[in-house]
Design a protein around this ligand. Structure first.
Ligand SMILES: CC(C)(COP(=O)(O)OP(=O)(O)OC[C@H]1O[C@@H](n2cnc3c(N)ncnc32)[C@H](O)[C@@H]1OP(=O)(O)O)[C@@H](O)C(=O)NCCC(=O)NCCS
Length: 258
């Protein structure tokens, strides 16, 4: 995120992109190990600075309760889980991954199709931006639409894999970005009518093979601890949980009227 001139209290970083997208001043509270008093003082400063929403990635071992945030309203929007997998010794798939009636191909760089946009929005099913109803469904969906558009245009991803059924219908999506020898899976989704048939496994298996060929030594993916299907899928494919954080959304008691 680029630096900004907007004054924010010490201990916060103003989030320019999020603020513009959601149309309200948003900042991140930086210290994950604050005490209850530390949080209360920080939020008092945030209110003075007329911030409306604060993201707080907190150490999950802290005994946080709603009282920590009063008079702000806080809730645990995301139990974020980072999974990692070494690519050393990864064996190449000997057959085409995924069910036999589904093909998996790289999507050509360019604009996304409406089917891909719908799948990208489905990928955000457990996202904190969907869970936080105050941010609005339209803005949540627009976030994922921007994400897939910028991925197929190769700004946010180096590879977009698309799974198609025999009729040519798009039934799955995975995006991969390669940075410093790490292949990161960004979006992953399978159409609800095709889940539980190995399409997600096929997409991630193909993504892993591509990362290895591209010279990556490790793969990462971020998901939510509550997303059991995704956590089990990554676990079955050799990913191990490496970091957990508790991400709170804290809303100001003072509406920032225009
Ligand atoms: C997560 C998702 C991509 C899985 O795709 P899928 O094609 O259904 O997955 P697969 O059929 O390859 O299943 C692979 C493994 O995942 C796990 N899994 C899949 N669906 C599951 C479910 N509903 N409950 C529990 N585990 C599940 C199982 O361990 C399964 O292995 P098994 O069939 O041997 O039990 C799909 O459920 C989805 O699109 N969910 C909504 C979007 C999302 O959450 N994306 C992930 C963002 S990080």
């Amino acid at each position: 995120m680029p630096p900004t001139d907007r004054p924010v209290p010490a201990g916060f970083r103003y989030l320019e992109w999020d603020s513009a997208h959601f149309g309200l001043p948003i900042a991140r509270l930086l210290d994950p190990r604050l005490s209850q008093d530390g949080v209360r003082h920080a939020l008092a400063r945030a209110e003075q600075a007329r911030l409306q929403l604060v993201y707080w990635p907190a150490d999950p071992s802290l005994p946080v309760t709603d009282e920590w945030f009063a008079p702000w309203t806080g809730f645990l929007a995301d139990r974020k889980m980072v999974y990692r997998r070494s690519l050393h010794g990864l064996s190449r798939p000997t057959t085409a991954p995924g069910p036999h009636d589904v093909t998996i191909d790289a999507f050509p760089p360019g604009p996304a199709t409406p089917e891909l946009v719908a799948l990208a929005i489905a990928a955000g099913e457990y996202s904190r931006f969907r869970r936080d109803g105050r941010l609005g469904t339209a803005r949540f969906q627009a976030l994922y639409e921007i994400w897939i558009e910028r991925s197929t245009r190769q700004e946010l991803a180096d590879l977009v894999l698309v799974a198609s059924d025999r009729s040519g219908r798009t039934v799955g999506l995975a995006t991969v970005a390669l940075r410093d020898s790490v292949g990161d899976i960004g979006l992953l989704a399978v159409d609800a009518s095709c889940r539980g048939r190995g399409v997600g496994t096929g997409l991630v298996t193909r993504a892993l093979a591509w990362m290895q060929e591209a010279g990556a030594s490790e793969s990462t993916v971020v998901t939510q601890q509550d997303n059991l299907a995704a956590c089990r899928l990554y676990g079955q494919l050799g990913y191990l949980p490496s970091e957990v954080s508790a991400l709170y959304h804290l809303w100001s008691p003072t509406p920032n009227l225009p």
